[in-house]
Design a protein around this ligand. Structure first.
Ligand SMILES: Nc1ncnc2c1ncn2[C@@H]1O[C@H](COP(=O)(O)OP(=O)(O)OP(=O)(O)O)[C@@H](O)[C@H]1O
Ligand SMILES: [Mg+2]
Length: 335
């Protein structure tokens, strides 16, 4: 897409996730997606380092005596320098331990946009459903990001992450069904009827929980566990290593917690009578990617008997992009 087209883009969908920020823009039949890790490292300033980074085309920002490298490059940098990667968000929301987190998020959004979109462009970004115990942080998270993006001149709205998955994936049932995003910080669930959210919630057990728990019991570094999980882990067959076995234990624990929360949340909804037919369940997010995950989840779901009948359980077409796609659809619908 050329800079001129981007400037005229009528709408932007943003998935501001704990692990990744994904941008979706209209681009003919299929949206264009771009993504970056929602992470950074800061290193002491030196003129030589600054020059080297500029020459390599690595995005960075200078702030007084430090240089901040953000996005995908931060991982390589952290590794090279032997420092820890830092994260602007934790458990789906702004990380209270990172005072400059919002600045990093804005820089990443700007770098994904390239040319800024025109003033008045509709921008919808995803927010988690309220976690069962911590709704006050969510209010702050959503309001802070909304204000900062509005200051850029956009017309900003938020969209529940689970509902975004429903928009992205469930056109065939007229946006009725269950959308689940298995992310880094949270799992987000939304039961929708004709594009309207009937019940939604999040739980703070997702990819980060699996990494930290499996690292704790095996004595390995969290980063190593995460790389093992992303590159070699699958549900089919026996686990070949201790790390895989531990990852499997915490995956099952996350699935079980989520299914129990679905029973509880949907069970207390008074609107289940609206659903005349069984509904589909769509699974998205990075944590849904390992081979065999959908089958494992379906097994747990059928053992639990939900208060609403399920027609099928399937993986989203592009699990890493569903939330951004749904946010873009919401932005376009209002544009
Ligand atoms: N191939 C893979 N196999 C298993 N896990 C993966 C894979 N790729 C990414 N992940 C995990 O997916 C998680 C990130 O998923 P995603 O990008 O959907 O999260 P997010 O939207 O940034 O977070 P959240 O929605 O919780 O705020 C991380 O825990 C990452 O380790
Ligand atoms: Mg997400």
């Amino acid at each position: 897409m050329s800079a001129t087209q981007a400037t005229r883009s009528p709408a932007i969908g943003l998935d501001i996730g704990t692990s990744r920020i994904v941008l979706a823009r209209p681009n003919g039949q299929e949206p264009e997606f771009r993504s970056q890790l929602n992470a950074f490292v800061s290193i002491p300033y030196s003129a030589m380092t600054e020059k080297a980074l500029a020459r390599e085309g690595i995005p960075y920002a200078r702030k007084e005596s430090v240089i901040v490298v953000h996005g995908d490059e931060s991982e390589r940098f952290a590794d090279l320098l032997g420092v820890e990667i830092r994260r602007p968000m934790t458990a789906g929301m702004l990380n209270p331990a990172e005072a400059d987190g919002t600045e990093v998020i804005l820089r990443i959004v700007d770098s994904l946009l390239g040319e800024p979109a025109g003033k008045g462009t509709r921008l919808v970004f995803s927010v988690p459903a309220p976690p069962l115990e911590d709704a006050a942080n969510l209010t702050y998270h959503a309001a802070t990001l909304r204000d900062l993006l509005a200051q850029r001149g956009y017309q900003v709205d938020t969209l529940n992450e689970g509902l975004a998955v429903v928009y992205a994936e469930l056109e065939s049932t007229n946006y009725s069904g269950i959308g689940i995003s298995f992310g880094g910080g949270l799992c987000n669930v939304c039961l929708a009827h004709l594009a309207h959210p009937v019940a939604s919630f999040s739980i703070p057990k997702a990819g980060d929980y699996i990494d930290a728990s499996a690292a704790a019991v095996t004595g390995e570094r969290i980063t190593l566990v995460r790389l093992e999980k992303e590159n070699g882990f699958r549900f089919n067959g026996a686990f070949s290593t201790k790390i895989h076995q531990a990852i499997g234990v915490y995956y099952d624990n996350m699935i079980q917690s989520l299914v129990e929360a679905m029973q509880e949340c949907f069970g207390s909804s008074r609107q289940l009578g609206k659903f005349r037919r069984p509904v589909p369940v769509v699974l998205s997010g990075g944590t849904a990617l390992p081979e065999g995950f959908a089958a494992r989840f379906e097994q747990a779901l059928s053992a639990a008997s939900l208060p609403i009948p399920i027609s099928e359980v399937r993986l989203a077409t592009q699990p890493l992009y569903s939330t951004a796609r749904g946010a873009l659809m919401a932005a376009l619908a209002e544009a």
